[in-house]
Ligand binder design. Structure first.
Ligand SMILES: *[C@@H]1O[C@H](CO)[C@@H](O)[C@H](O)[C@H]1NC(C)=O
Ligand SMILES: *[C@@H]1O[C@H](CO)[C@@H](O)[C@H](O)[C@H]1NC(C)=O
Ligand SMILES: *[C@@H]1O[C@H](CO)[C@@H](O)[C@H](O)[C@H]1NC(C)=O
Ligand SMILES: *[C@@H]1O[C@H](CO)[C@@H](O)[C@H](O)[C@H]1NC(C)=O
Length: 409
């Protein structure tokens, strides 16, 4: 009982103190966006306690975070009333608010020689800052088998911290998100990151995923959105040397194929070789085979898969792996020739060139002293491993002429 009575007495005392004041108007808590202009009020009653005089001469001081501000020395600060020392209106205008300097605690004091320095209440000037950027992104590899997709929405460096909400078309799905706050890269700001983990279904195809960033009533809210989809058109392509229906690449070299699909988020890519599953490259739409072997020749296709669809490429890529002949031999009149050319004596000869196990079929050209000669018969023999051996036979009748026959491949 006694404690309750004491409380009532204290409140009465406080009320009595507030009644007597030298201030006609004191500064008030003020909130404004960076770049805005504000006025902090401080108007003194010059007749108060004038001791019989009509009014008293006073000087005033402004303090910002406990340190005196010399108003006339500050670029963006000025007295609202140039005659402030006569009128008692010591209010200040601050132009183009800056978060780093102006976001602070302020108060004004009156100074009169030989007296106490009464001071106004301490107030906060809060400078609001729009985020420097707002981004929405898919979190890599987040297309999990249970169709949960993860997205991040980041409001980078705002004041105060952002409140991020999520929607899918009109449906509010904020409850599937979790936000974290950390200091922004600008002093006194906050970076807010909200991660959405939502189970999507094929019904959500073509829906709009939106992240809504709210900072403060005085700042415009920011929306970022992405349409979720997977396009039906998927095409396989390659940067290797084209043929009429695919590409050709030399054995031991690099084959690069791309699966061109359009979708958000990025689908998963699966590669097929002769219609059987060959490899999955996750959300990377490129398949590289290096070094490529003759056995990798064949027909490739690809497939793009996401919760919003599953589409196979409309085309296939026929890959030819070229193999140089394992060895090339030449015979003349049935005898092996060691060098790559032979000296003929003026007579009738049968020369034969065999290029074994190459791919695709080769052609052999003959030259006699630098002049192409033709009329050769080419035989192609398929080997068990799919390579081809080319045999080229030339009958040369060059009576009275010596020369050299060269094989070219
Ligand atoms: C702030 O005041 C200055 C000077 O009066 C003026 O030029 C400027 O446009 C004002 N800025 C805003 C945001 O009102
Ligand atoms: C990426 O996938 C792996 C394997 O499924 C998983 O362990 C990991 O948590 C996933 N990362 C993210 C960010 O979801
Ligand atoms: C915020 O922006 C700054 C400057 O552009 C950048 O360095 C920083 O990485 C960003 N923070 C986040 C969480 O994206
Ligand atoms: C964020 O915004 C939502 C709706 O706009 C509101 O219900 C919620 O209270 C806000 N959260 C915070 C922390 O301000």
């Amino acid at each position: 009982m006694a404690a309750v009575n004491l409380g009532v007495v204290l409140i009465l005392c406080e009320a009595l103190v507030i009644v007597k004041t030298q201030f006609l108007e004191q500064p008030r808590d003020t909130t404004a966006a960076a770049g805005a202009n504000v006025t902090l009020f401080c108007i003194f009653d010059l007749t108060y306690d004038a001791g019989g005089e009509e009014f008293i001469q006073i000087t005033s001081r402004w303090l910002r975070d406990g340190t005196e501000v010399i108003v006339t020395n500050e670029d963006r600060y000025s007295y609202s009333d140039a005659e402030y020392y006569k009128t008692g209106d010591h209010s200040i205008d601050i132009q183009a608010l800056q978060l780093d300097i102006d976001d602070a605690e302020f108060y004004c004091q009156w100074q009169q020689q030989g007296s106490l320095n009464p001071e106004s209440g301490r107030i906060s000037l809060t400078v609001l800052m729009e985020p420097q950027s707002v981004t929405i992104s898919q979190i890599a590899n987040a297309s999990s088998p249970d169709d949960t997709l993860q997205f991040a929405c980041v409001s980078n460096s705002s004041k105060p911290a952002a409140n991020i909400s999520w929607s899918l078309n009109e449906e509010d799905i904020t409850s599937d998100s979790q936000a974290t706050e950390e200091p922004g890269f600008i002093e006194k700001t906050f970076t807010t990151k909200s991660i959405l983990s939502h189970v999507f279904s094929s019904d959500d195809d073509e829906k709009t995923l939106r992240c809504h960033v709210y900072i403060h009533d005085d700042l415009t809210a920011i929306d970022k959105s992405e349409t979720l989809y997977l396009s039906e058109t998927v095409v396989i392509s390659s940067t290797n040397k084209p043929t009429s229906d695919g590409v050709i690449v030399l054995a031991e070299q690099k084959l690069v194929m791309n699966c061109d699909a359009n979708g958000y988020p990025e689908p998963f890519y699966t590669w097929m070789y002769d219609d059987a599953e060959y490899q999955s490259t996750g959300t990377i739409n490129e398949l590289v085979i290096e070094p490529i072997a003759f056995q990798d020749s064949g027909s490739y296709s690809c497939q793009a898969t996401s919760v919003f669809g599953d589409y196979k490429s409309t085309n296939t890529m026929n890959v030819i792996v070229a193999v140089p002949p394992e060895d090339v031999t030449m015979t003349m009149d049935g005898d092996a020739v060691e060098e790559d050319s032979v000296t003929l004596t003026a007579d009738e000869h049968v020369v034969c060139c065999t290029a074994s196990k190459g791919f695709p079929e080769g052609t052999v050209e003959w030259q006699l002293d630098g002049t192409a000669i033709d009329g050769a018969v080419t035989l192609h023999d398929s080997e068990d491993d799919g390579t081809v051996t080319d045999i080229e036979v030339e009958n040369i009748f060059e009576k009275g002429l010596d020369g050299r026959a060269h094989k070219m491949s």
